[in-house]
Design a protein around this ligand. Structure first.
Ligand code: TRP
Length: 450
């Protein structure tokens, strides 16, 4: 029986739903677009090893910290801090998260829109017969236009709002349960294609045979920064999702599973991309254009490339969508719980505001010269999140759990429902010392102090 006097908070309905939604948040453009190009720029396997170390020690610690805060408070990112540390400035951490959600989703929606355009291009077979220069200029020309990229950005943001408006169980969880298996199926098909190409070995070597001489200090910090972005950490996404996880679930195990899933998909994306890139003798270090310029070149030469190019851009869009809903939910949950809006109004308001902020991001790619500090507006938004908002947010979140919440409350939360764990001393050590110091280094580097 429902108690009608107590407002029922929407929750995830099943364990698979939790993993699908949280892994869906983590697995996104970060895995399939950004991780491969960063690996390409930083020399391959050595970068991946550093990334794995960052994920294991810092990413996992921060993910569990966010789950603990969210589930303990049963609140959105801002409300959670207000509840766990009343009458202190800690709620500002949540505020920064909500602001970060606006900033991230503004440019994320633009890039996801490009992915949708590329599904259409793939279906129309538009890459066929284009020279590499033509493929490059058609990309540069497209993102530099005024109307078309914005059209796709609006389309993508509408899809995101459409899912979020239906709530947790009937919106986010329901779609994640359909989209995530689809994503896994597509990436496996693409991997099989890539590793069976003649000459694929060089790409696998690039991914798995480390050459540490190619790794720079900056590369190491990029790896840590990307670990945050890829696992959706540092802005309260996992606080918000954690607040929808039932008290019966094992938070440590959930954090571990989500982290492993995210890492595996990033590696599988690398395996889908680099063997093909090397097999056709193309340079791996194209940077952000890797999936929009390098890959169409690859698909063009690949047997059945037509089919695989369609699948690839569907994969990117699906991955982006299960992430964008998690970012929007951070804002919507706050609007609903603390500003007392109804869900529909909250979703529409947040989606509109974020889409509007995305428009200058899109225009800055060539249509209008919008620059901040020598970067395009879009790059500036991305820089702001990677170097400032996420590291600072992550630092505050993990320090909050380590120093403010403290061992007793942590233990109580991760052992709720009679779960036995042995990792508390290690976790507390990582949360109090290792993670804050490592994150502080990224932060100081990002803002140019070291
Ligand atoms: N993790 C997603 C990706 O890899 C993006 C994302 C979703 C995100 N929620 C986030 C990034 C919160 C930072 C913070 O594409």
């Amino acid at each position: 029986m429902k108690n009608n006097n107590i407002e029922q908070r929407d929750n995830f309905g099943s364990r698979f739903g939790i993993i699908a939604a949280a892994a869906g948040s983590a697995i996104g453009l970060g895995n399939i677009w950004k991780f491969p190009y960063m690996t390409g720029l930083n020399g391959g396997a050595a970068f991946i090893i550093v990334y794995l170390v960052c994920i294991a020690f810092i990413g996992l610690t921060l993910m569990l910290s966010e789950f603990i805060i969210g589930r303990r408070a049963q609140k959105n990112a801002i409300g959670a801090f207000k509840k766990l540390a009343p009458n202190t400035p800690w709620f500002l951490t949540g505020w920064m998260g909500v602001i970060a959600a606006f900033v991230i989703l503004s440019f994320y929606g633009v890039i996801a829109g490009w992915c949708m355009e590329y599904i259409v291009r793939a279906v129309m077979n538009s890459f066929a017969g284009m020279s590499p220069d033509e493929i490059t200029s058609s990309f540069v020309d497209f993102i530099g236009r005024g109307g078309k990229p914005i059209f796709w950005q609006v389309a993508f943001m509408s899809l995101t709002g459409f899912i979020v408006v239906s709530g947790i169980k009937d919106g986010i969880e329901k779609y994640a349960k359909i989209l995530m298996p689809l994503l896994v199926a597509i990436i496996i098909i693409l991997d099989i294609r890539a590793i069976t190409l003649p000459g694929a070995g060089a790409g696998l070597e690039f991914l798995f045979k480390p050459d540490f001489s190619k790794l720079t200090a900056n590369g190491i910090l990029m790896a840590l920064g990307h670990a945050f972005f890829s696992l959706s950490l540092g802005m309260g996404t996992m606080i918000t999702y954690g607040s929808y996880i039932s008290k019966k679930e094992n938070l440590g195990e959930t954090a571990l599973q989500v982290t492993i899933a995210d890492t595996l998909i990033a590696l599988l994306a690398g395996i889908a991309i680099f063997p093909a890139v090397f097999a056709f003798g193309i340079e791996p270090n194209a940077g952000p254009g890797l999936v929009f310029i390098t890959l169409p070149n690859v698909f063009q030469q690949m047997p059945l490339g037509y089919l695989f190019s369609i699948l690839f851009f569907i994969l990117l869009t699906v991955a982006a969508l299960t992430s964008s809903i998690s970012i929007l939910e951070v804002v919507v949950a706050y609007f609903v719980e603390d500003l007392k809006m109804n869900r529909k109004r909250a979703t529409i308001t947040a989606t509109l505001a974020i889409t509007l902020l995305g428009i200058p991001c899109s225009l800055s790619q060539g249509a209008v010269p919008l620059n901040i500090g020598g970067m395009s507006f879009l790059d500036a938004m991305s820089w702001l999140t990677d170097n400032l908002l996420l590291p600072l947010g992550g630092l505050l979140i993990v320090a909050f759990v380590g120093w403010v919440l403290g061992r007793k409350e942590v233990e109580e939360e991760v052992t709720a429902g009679g779960i036995k764990v042995s990792y508390i001393p290690l976790f507390m050590f990582l949360a109090k010392f290792v993670a804050p110091i490592a994150i502080a280094l990224v932060f100081l580097n990002g803002v140019g102090i070291i």
